[in-house]
Design a binder for this molecule. Structure first.
Ligand SMILES: [Zn+2]
Length: 451
């Protein structure tokens, strides 16, 4: 007897295509795929007629606890928001200037107790001490991805020099296997100069002026350097949150053929600097022009971009401080629950991106890059039964008061989006139905990765 079967839907299996039929789940895994007749009976049968069944979304770029400092509380609320939006696995960026060795056991315990998604960590590397401990992070804790900031976040993270990044990448290559370096690509000196100019000339500006503080050229310049570092070291290298047409074009033009992956985010694919959200949408790198948004979609289509995350940084209006002006408002926004609907609306329904391609960049791509494929990222016998049923025709208005995040605003509030997840299945259990989370915190676990 199966625990659950989903029948009559169209499965989206990346690399295979669209497959009509049923999927059966037992003990947390997918155990059967194919024609419904002859499939074992199940405790629960879900009819997905007229809908798509996709692998659970993997958001590889999430921050938790950045401004509240409360990792446990945000793990609980923000991963519920994720689950409600069809995200069943999150990759969370950890940052700080201390050794992570003492912290990781407690962080992992928190994930096991509070998280509604499965979760893996990326550790930011700022100090020689951390760099020297990479092998232990890999071997003792199953963390296999490490982030470097070419450009810092004022008051939050410093930047590191290219030479330091190169040493980091060399040590990843030395340790061997499937280790990945992540890099925030913006040129620090160009950003510093642009910010000083904005501070002097348009300190009372809005989102439009904020865009001038992180020009596309600063991203382009850093991408070229990052491509060179990748070529010199041969390391697997992942460029996070590309925000500009110049950035993705530089990545396409300068890649050496080695393992270089490019990420963008759902906000960059859906918003531009004239957005009515104003400074609530302040971010680093800044949201740019409408033409950048279109260039990013073109890069999703042509394969330059292989992964889409959120760069979720949850904060409420009080912490955000949008009314304090472009220099003093905090960067970030909570977007986990709207990630998939925004991409279905803007990508599949508005721009004709085919749903298989969308699944490649929101699930299979991040799973392969970060070493959790085919446990995650596909619909296959033996894979974890993390599935989302999607109704591409469903239209719904985003209501910020109804989202699961602790944040009290959404950049998409009041917008009608077409294309919504209507059911989330995690480890073979229905955990979200019509937007309502049915499971308790702690159904997710920490993903220990092997190199
Ligand atoms: Zn980030």
């Amino acid at each position: 007897m199966l625990d659950l079967k989903i029948v009559n839907g169209t499965m989206v299996i990346p690399g295979t295509g669209l497959v009509r039929g049923g999927v059966g789940c037992k003990d947390g895994q997918i155990v059967a795929i194919g024609p419904e007749f002859g499939m074992e009976d199940a405790v629960r049968t879900v009819d997905a007629a007229g809908k798509y069944v996709i692998p659970g979304v993997i958001d590889p770029h999430v921050h938790l606890g950045i401004f509240t400092g409360d990792f446990a509380a945000e793990t609980e609320t923000e991963t519920r928001a994720a689950l409600a939006g069809g995200v069943t696995t999150t990759g969370v960026m950890m940052g700080g200037d201390q050794s992570y060795l003492g912290m990781l056991p407690g962080l992992i315990e928190t994930v096991e107790a509070k998280s509604s998604t499965d979760m893996f960590f990326h550790l930011s590397i700022f100090t020689p001490e951390q760099l020297g401990e990479i092998r232990r992070y890999v071997e003792d804790f199953g963390v296999t991805s490490f982030k470097f900031y070419m450009c810092g976040v004022t008051g939050v993270f410093p930047n590191v020099e290219d030479e330091f990044i190169k040493q980091g990448l060399e040590s990843l290559v030395d340790i061997g296997g499937h280790l990945t370096g992540l890099v925030h690509c913006e040129d620090q000196a160009m950003v510093d100069a642009a910010l000083a100019k904005v501070a002097a000339e348009t300190p009372d500006g809005g989102l439009r002026e904020w865009a001038d503080a992180g020009p596309a050229e600063a991203e382009e310049d850093a991408v070229i350097r990052a491509c060179r570092l990748q070529a010199e070291t041969g390391a697997r290298f992942y460029l996070v949150h590309m925000s500009s047409g110049l950035g993705v074009k530089a990545a396409a033009a300068n890649r050496s053929g080695g393992p270089l992956f490019v990420e963008t985010t759902s906000p960059y694919l859906s918003l531009d600097k004239d957005d009515p959200s104003g400074l609530l949408a302040k971010m680093l790198p800044p949201i740019k022009d409408a033409s950048d948004k279109e260039a990013l979609w073109a890069a999703v289509k042509d394969g330059t971009i292989s992964s889409i995350g959120t760069d979720n940084v949850s904060l409420n209006r009080e912490i955000k401080g949008a009314e304090k002006g472009l220099l003093n408002a905090m960067p970030g926004y909570a977007v986990l629950q709207t990630h998939l609907p925004v991409l279905l609306h803007e990508g599949v329904n508005n721009r004709g991106i085919d749903i298989e391609r969308l699944v490649e960049v929101t699930s299979r791509g991040p799973a392969e890059i970060f070493g959790i494929y085919p446990q995650k990222g596909t619909i296959a016998v033996g894979s974890d039964a993390d599935l989302v049923i999607v109704d591409l025709d469903k239209e719904q208005v985003v209501d910020e008061t109804k989202l699961y995040s602790f944040s009290d605003f959404s950049l998409y509030n009041g917008r009608t989006l077409k294309g919504w997840p209507v059911m989330t299945i995690k480890a073979g259990r229905v955990v979200v139905e019509d937007g309502e989370v049915l499971s308790d915190p702690g159904i997710g676990g920490f993903l220990r990765r092997t190199k």
